[in-house]
Design a binder for this molecule. Structure first.
Ligand code: EPU
Length: 435
């Protein structure tokens, strides 16, 4: 298993280009299932999760062509399988997104039921309830969600909770349903809007994406088209925090600043100088950061996917602050690792109270989920000494070339291929691998 080694203490300088958004690229690629014409998608980030999505689509019979700039042409004219197997769903929960499109176009779908994961129980009841409201018959057997339907019909669906992939799944299914569907209390995340934009370019009739009520008038068929995935707002936010905690000054390019308003506001409150332009953000760290209270909530509020990075920021800021996680019930695994690096954090239910310390110290740490890993990498960039970060396959799921991008801004970071470490430094190879 690959690991990362960071050497702390270098303030980040320079600029970095943001890649396409993982959480938009996955559903947009899956939109190709809704049409027999080719869909061309550009600005796809090179990540394990995008590769897994391609593998899943290929298993369903979608023909994929990838060009040298990683644009993908997906041709779903000969889909011959409607099963998303456990082996893929267990590595990527977003596989659930094929349920709505397969059912809408082929009247059948079988998707392995995703289990809980490192950040919470993450049920999919809202996906199922919404599709049932559109006329699907759904049962759970052998760990699989088995769905059948004639042509789906439009429905008024109230989402009990704000669900990003739930909204996307139902919106995709409703494009081919008979009549009008309305999704109330829909997720407003920019990634939902990107999926709606792609579907509209394919001939769908979707209004209201980005608000909490989305109206979809079903059409008989969708065509192909071309779509460019939006920039990754969480990747951008992660680099901005990296600059802030390392005492650096960087420009993040190819980003949509208005999509990270909540994050920029907190960085300013922490004392950073933040400037924005049409597609860039410049940040200059203050001499000493001030701690900031955080409460995660659905967009446009502060994103749960930036919570771990701000726990780190508070760990080295002046003062004490609370970080409240309201979206997922168990998204604080990074705290135990940060404590091993000297952070002062108390955890009480969904609230972390973080008291800033002068400095963090290097220690072997273990990544537990995607954003927790990002937080540990950033911690390694500012800790005294060399930090060894294990289980970084989590970070490869969601950050395109993270070590190259950080190194280009001066960070001391390198990847150690697993087999090399096991041969040369057997004692360190096993570091942190308890259970
Ligand atoms: N929920 C239900 N029932 C459902 C669906 C969701 O109770 O049927 C609950 C969840 O348990 C959670 C809340 O609703 O408590 C919100 O979950 P949501 O469905 O919005 O999450 P998701 O769609 O599974 C996406 C992103 C996550 C991101 C969340 C929240 C993708 C592929 N994933 O997950 O991204 O944290 O929205 O913004 O879009 C990440 O990138 O690291 C990541 C985890």
């Amino acid at each position: 298993m690959d690991k990362l080694i960071t050497t702390g203490g270098v303030p980040l300088q320079g600029e970095v280009r943001i890649s396409g958004a993982k959480n938009a690229a996955l559903p947009v690629m899956i939109c190709s299932l809704l049409t027999e014409e080719p869909l061309t998608i550009s600005n796809i980030p090179h990540l394990h999760d995008t590769t897994t999505t391609m593998e899943l689509l290929a298993q369903l019979g979608v023909k994929l062509q990838v060009d040298e700039k990683l644009a993908v042409e997906a041709d779903a004219s000969e889909v011959n399988n409607v099963v998303a197997p456990y082996e893929l769903v267990k590595t990527m929960r977003a596989s659930i997104l094929v349920l709505g499109p397969l059912l809408a176009r082929f009247g059948r779908a079988e998707v392995s039921m995703p289990g809980g994961c490192a950040i919470g129980s993450r049920p999919v009841n809202l996906h199922i309830k919404g599709l049932e409201a559109m006329g699907a018959k759904i049962s759970i057997r052998g760990g699989y969600i088995r769905a059948r339907a004639g042509r789906l019909h439009g429905a008024r669906i109230f989402m009990d909770m704000n669900s990003v992939t739930g909204t996307e799944n139902l919106m995709m299914a409703a494009t081919l349903a008979e009549g009008e569907s309305v999704i109330e209390n829909a997720a407003r995340e920019p990634e939902v809007v990107d999926v709606a934009d792609c579907l509209n370019a394919m001939g769908a009739d979707i209004r209201g994406a980005g608000s909490d009520e989305i109206t979809i008038r079903g059409v008989k068929r969708l065509g192909g088209g071309a779509h460019r995935v939006i920039p990754d707002r969480i990747e951008a936010g992660t680099f901005l925090v990296a600059a802030a905690v390392s005492g650096g000054e960087i420009t993040v390019k190819d980003v949509r600043p208005q999509q990270i308003d909540a994050v920029l506001e907190k960085l300013r409150e922490a004392g950073a100088a933040v400037e924005t332009g049409g597609d860039w953000v410049r940040i200059k760290a203050p001499k000493k950061l001030k701690s900031v209270n955080i409460r995660t909530a659905p967009y446009p509020a502060f994103p749960t996917d930036m919570q771990a990075q701000f726990v780190l920021l508070n760990s080295v800021a002046d003062g004490a602050a609370s970080v409240v996680e309201t979206v997922f019930e168990n998204r604080f695994m990074h705290i135990h690792e940060l404590r091993r690096m000297g952070a002062n954090i108390e955890l009480d239910g969904n609230t972390a109270v973080v008291r800033g310390v002068e400095r963090l110290r290097a220690a072997p740490v273990m990544a537990t989920d995607l954003r927790a890993s990002a937080c540990l990498v950033l911690a390694g960039l500012i800790a005294d000494g060399e930090t060894l970060i294990d289980r970084i396959y989590h970070i490869d799921r969601g950050y395109h070339c993270i070590e190259e991008k950080l190194a280009q801004m001066g960070a001391g970071i390198r990847r150690i291929p697993g087999n090399y470490l096991e041969r040369v430094m057997p004692a360190r190879a096993g570091a942190g691998a308890a259970g």
